[in-house]
Ligand binder design. Structure first.
Ligand SMILES: NC(=O)c1ccc[n+]([C@@H]2O[C@H](COP(=O)([O-])OP(=O)(O)OC[C@H]3O[C@@H](n4cnc5c(N)ncnc54)[C@H](O)[C@@H]3O)[C@@H](O)[C@H]2O)c1
Length: 427
């Protein structure tokens, strides 16, 4: 039933899963509850997430709760083939690294053949496929959970147009997710992947980070910590009514100690450019003409459209894969530009990217597991739309993440609480 690259990789994959499992204590707590209570008994769950070891533990936890899990990857390059092989022995898996676009969508289709009642997405592709190509499944789908910023943006746009036909929890927007996953997770794993792939020194180099949202902040801080001269580029626009504008983010970056300028000004200075905006054609023809010889381009935003690869290709006289995750574009004037991981999520694209640190995904995926359960319990009563993660789940995951690290907090006294919540006392 499953389709993976090579079933014989399962033994190595089990080792990877074991390593993740032993470092995910929050999910272990959730697993204990799920094993006892079986809240997902017989429920079909479809997941479209980067298929690597941490995701594997989430899938095991869902299965421990009684779910029938079908899994594909949310990106053609990010599957760990060893982990996929190991998981394929326990559930339905349709994923391998290096898929064509056709394979990618076919694998989503295979997951949808299992008629998932709850869908878990990273980027909204599964939800989108149900609404556009498999509309017959709208009847049986109770709801979903979305992992990333770009997915939530797409869902909000669908809801705004009246096109979203079931409820979805915006897991990305839980404090227990974006405060840690987007900032510390993307921060560390993006720097890890860039240095691992290139084996180059960051100290003393000029690193341009485009986008100072939660992910960009993490990348900029870590690059600075490694001795890079970091320049931040932001947009001069307000994109979202409930978020700070690009001007606020730019000012924040300035006060955090970074140089801030437009990409037009920053491009000629850059040794590395990292995009992480969720937008399109952020590094484009206007900038390619200004780049230094030998510059390295990488993207950590969700889709592979932030760096205009077709534009770069059209300006090149030769394009050559140098090694895993590195393609060299030789421009007509002889300058060389290196693009990492085809401009896809550099921290996740195999083999150079390993994804976020395990402890980070322990928290994010605990939110996912608890939200999947809540969606099953309450989804039928909820109207179609994008929902915040219930605060009890958000608080519980943060509390558990502290508890497993031995950190105990003391509650304020009744008197202190009353004072904090009153308007009568003063002076
Ligand atoms: N690589 C990963 O593992 C990972 C993890 C989480 C999220 N993501 C993805 O990373 C992207 C960013 O996520 P986030 O949570 O930081 O989002 P965010 O909304 O907090 O930040 C995005 C920032 O980009 C800025 N921006 C938008 N267009 C711009 C432009 N043209 N020029 C300069 N700046 C621009 C926005 O003003 C905003 O500050 C999304 O696509 C998200 O899905 C990736």
């Amino acid at each position: 039933m499953s389709k993976v690259k090579d079933e014989s990789l399962a033994v190595r994959g089990e080792g990877e899963l074991l390593w993740a499992r032993e470092n995910m204590p929050v999910l272990a707590e959730v697993r204990k509850r799920f094993e006892k209570e079986k809240p997902l008994k017989g429920v079909s769950i479809g997941t479209c997430l980067h298929l690597e070891k941490k995701t594997g533990i989430l899938l095991e936890v869902l299965a421990a709760g009684g779910a029938v899990v079908s899994a594909c990857s949310c990106n053609p390059l990010t599957t760990d083939d060893c982990v996929a092989a190991a998981l394929a022995k326990k559930m339905n898996v349709f994923a391998w690294a290096g898929q064509s676009n056709e394979d990618y969508y076919e694998c989503i289709n295979k997951v949808l053949d299992a008629k998932p009642q709850v869908v878990i997405d990273d980027g909204c592709d599964q939800v989108f496929a149900i609404h556009k190509k498999r509309v017959e499944l709208l009847k049986s789908t109770i709801g979903g959970c979305e992992e990333t910023t770009t997915g939530v943006t797409r869902l909000n746009a669908m809801a705004h147009d009246g096109e979203l036909k079931f409820p979805v929890f915006a897991v990305n927007n839980a404090y227990s997710k974006f405060l840690f996953d987007n900032r510390y997770g993307t921060g560390q794993s993006t720097v890890d992947a860039i240095t691992h792939i290139t084996n180059k020194l960051v100290a003393g180099k000029t690193v341009v980070v485009v986008g100072y949202g939660w992910c960009g902040k993490g990348i900029a801080a870590r690059m600075k910590g490694m001795g890079a001269n970091v320049i931040v580029v932001e947009s001069g626009v307000r994109l979202n009514a409930s978020q700070p504008s690009g001007w606020h983010k730019a000012l924040e970056a300035l006060y955090d100690g970074f140089r801030v300028m437009s990409l037009d000004e920053a491009a000629p200075l850059a040794d590395f450019i990292v995009t992480v905006t969720g937008g399109k054609a952020i590094v484009s023809r206007d900038h390619f003409s200004k780049l230094k010889d030998g510059v390295i381009l990488a993207n950590a935003g969700h889709f592979n459209v932030e760096i205009d690869e077709p534009g770069l290709r059209s300006l090149s006289k030769r394009v050559e894969e140098v090694k895993d995750n590195v393609v060299r574009y030789e421009l007509k004037d002889g300058r060389k530009v290196y693009l990492l991981s085809e401009g896809r999520l550099v921290n996740l694209a195999r083999p150079g990217g390993q994804g976020h640190p395990i402890e980070i995904m322990d928290g994010s995926f605990a939110v996912q597991a608890l939200c999947a359960r809540r969606m099953l319990e309450e989804g039928k009563k909820m109207k179609p739309g994008v929902y915040d993660v219930p605060v009890d789940i958000d608080d519980e995951v943060a509390r558990l993440a502290l508890e497993v690290q031995g950190v105990k907090l003391k509650k304020p006294s009744r008197e202190q609480l009353d004072y904090l919540q009153s308007w009568k006392e003063g002076t």
